[in-house]
Write a protein that binds this ligand. Structure first.
Ligand SMILES: [Zn+2]
Length: 329
């Protein structure tokens, strides 16, 4: 299905009309995460969010970089250290574990003696050797001769130490950002102008030191509440909510779920964001207020890598949402 993205006229991030010379488009789930659905926004808001929130999440050694690497997706290199080496190297995932991303090359000319040391996969060594042969000619052995005498390990090392950073305050803002542009993609202007969207913008603009690690986040258990509540209201059978399960064979999927939390004096909506089967539970934030229409029904905006988005046409969102809850993941 081709995404039917409404014309918003308003930017989801500042709620102001978009000046024609400032028109830009934001990827709901982030282009670097494989996202394709886009919504109109101002260029300056887009670049601020890209710079302040999305950029750092793609920095090397973030938990998301590990998730991308483990899912075989392109991403920033992970910097790690093999147990038997002292120098940190960039590693990537290949069959059999983490391998150095770049070959190690050391060339020394001392007292008329040339010593060459190359480490890496066979392909990497052959490539480097080609360059060395051009430079040093027959003063170094042929690559086959060198490989015949090389020390080989079938697995560079099963142990790579990687210091990971998990940027929770940023993840919190990122969830608010995905919800803002996801809501804009689903409901358009009617969403952007609500107090609910205002509450999301407040999270987006909060200084990072205002983040409280123990502030209430939307608990995963609410996801099943959201599903069972919808089952009572929905005129169709709603199957059990299926969460993306990380691991081999899992489909790279990104999704945002909006669901009303029942039994609250003041209406609150739980928002869960999952990015490309990030190997952690969906990140949930709790927002005062409710979505513009039929707030008791959960709305899911989901997109799969390499496929177009689902659940976007306004007159289809509710049943589309229910249907996509039952998608096999
Ligand atoms: Zn804006």
């Amino acid at each position: 299905m081709t995404p039917q993205v409404p014309r918003n006229e308003l930017c989801p991030f500042c709620a102001e009309p978009i000046p024609p010379d400032q028109a830009s488009k934001d990827h709901v789930f982030g282009e670097a995460f494989g996202g394709r659905v886009k919504v109109p926004c101002c260029r300056s808001c887009n670049s601020t969010i890209g710079h302040d929130i999305e950029g750092p999440l793609h920095s090397p050694n973030s938990l998301l970089a590990l998730a991308c690497a483990a899912a075989g997706l392109a991403g920033k290199p992970l910097r790690g250290q093999y147990r038997d080496e002292s120098t940190p190297v960039n590693v990537h995932w290949a069959e059999g574990g983490a391998v150095p991303r770049d070959p190690k090359v050391r060339v020394q000319e001392k007292d008329g003696t040339l010593s060459v040391e190359v480490g890496g996969t066979e392909e990497q060594v052959r490539n480097v050797w080609r360059g060395l042969t051009k430079k040093y000619g027959s003063s170094i052995p042929s690559v086959d001769e060198a490989l015949a005498n090389a020390t080989r390990t079938s697995d560079p090392s099963p142990w790579v130490e990687i210091a990971l950073t998990n940027q929770l305050p940023l993840l919190h803002k990122f969830a608010a950002k995905v919800a803002l542009s996801g809501g804009a993609a689903i409901w358009g202007k009617r969403f952007i102008a609500t107090e609910f969207a205002d509450a999301l913008r407040k999270i987006l603009r909060a200084p990072e030191d205002a983040y409280q690690p123990d502030a209430p986040k939307c608990d995963l258990k609410y996801l099943s509440t959201v599903a069972s509540d919808a089952r009572q209201v929905a005129p169709v059978d709603l199957p059990e909510l299926v969460l993306p399960i990380p691991g081999p064979g899992a489909l790279p999927t990104s999704q945002v779920v909006f669901g009303a939390l029942p039994g609250e004096a003041e209406p609150r909506t739980g928002i869960f964001v999952t990015i490309l089967n990030f190997p952690a539970p969906p990140y949930g934030i709790l927002v005062p207020g409710e979505v513009p229409e039929n707030p008791t029904l959960p709305v899911v905006l989901r997109e799969k890598l390499g496929e177009q988005a689902v659940t976007l046409k306004l007159d289809e969102i509710y049943f589309g949402a229910i249907a996509s809850l039952s998608d096999e993941v």
